[in-house]
Design a protein around this ligand. Structure first.
Ligand code: DX5
Ligand code: ZN
Length: 226
């Protein structure tokens, strides 16, 4: 089994000092930085663009896991690749051309991710499961940090983990939304091996290092499915 990766979501950081926030979580042992790109159409919020990703790339050597919550993401793959993203995750709901979008990510040599909203049937994943390095199952409807974890993701995590195990593949399964020291072990026990956490990390009153340690400690003891 893969070790569990922790990806702090910079959406919950102080946006006026993103580079400092990135450096702080990397120093505290974050495995990757999660960058939430929103276009005000696919989700009801606006956040970062390629310029922000390029600025982060210049500020840190850490992997940049870019979550594209934008319509027709195939239009923007080159821009985010040029900006220095390490991986790009696109939503199946955001394009009628999901293979084209995923192939564009692969062609740029980046890690390929596909994401599903909580209400999207898992059957939408089947046609593309063999084409991706990472499956992102949302545990909130995307658009904002600080929302409540939807436990129905756990059955979905189990199903996807089972499909990946049947294939003998190394595909990662990432969970995003409402992850903290209480929900993280549940998601990991259900099959997640990559955790996105925004407010639980940057909103912690005792600091990001303590928050990351709490998350790690919480998942160390969770029972991993085989
Ligand atoms: C939600 C984003 C998440 C968000 C998570 O639309 O995709 O990555 O930042 O934030 P928390 O951990 O606060 O739910
Ligand atoms: Zn995200």
């Amino acid at each position: 089994m893969n070790p569990v990766l922790i990806a702090p979501s910079l959406l919950a950081a102080d946006l006026a000092r993103l580079a400092d926030a990135a450096a702080e979580v990397v120093a505290a042992g974050a495995d990757t930085l999660h960058v939430d790109v929103m276009d005000g159409r696919f989700v009801p919020n606006l956040t970062f663009g390629p310029g922000t990703v390029a600025a982060l790339r210049a500020a840190t050597d850490a992997p940049l896991d870019v979550h594209l919550m934008i319509e027709a993401p195939e239009r923007w793959i080159d821009a985010y690749a040029d900006a220095g993203a390490t991986g790009l995750t696109v939503h199946v709901e955001a394009t009628p051309h999901v293979h084209r979008a995923l192939r564009a990510v692969r062609d740029r040599g980046l890690e390929v991710g596909v994401a599903l909203n909580p209400g999207t049937p898992l059957t939408a994943l089947e046609p593309v499961l063999d084409l991706v390095d990472l499956v992102l199952l949302m545990s909130v409807d995307p658009g904002f940090g600080g929302q409540r974890y939807l436990p129905a993701v756990e059955g979905r995590l189990r199903a996807v983990r089972g499909w990946i195990a049947e294939r003998g593949a190394a595909t990662r399964v990432q969970v995003d939304g409402g992850i903290d020291a209480t929900t993280a072990p549940r998601a990991v026990a259900a099959g997640a091996d990559a955790l996105v956490a925004g407010s639980a990390v940057f909103g912690a009153t005792d600091g990001v290092a303590a928050a990351l340690a709490r998350l790690r400690q919480a998942v160390v003891s969770s029972i991993r499915p085989m």
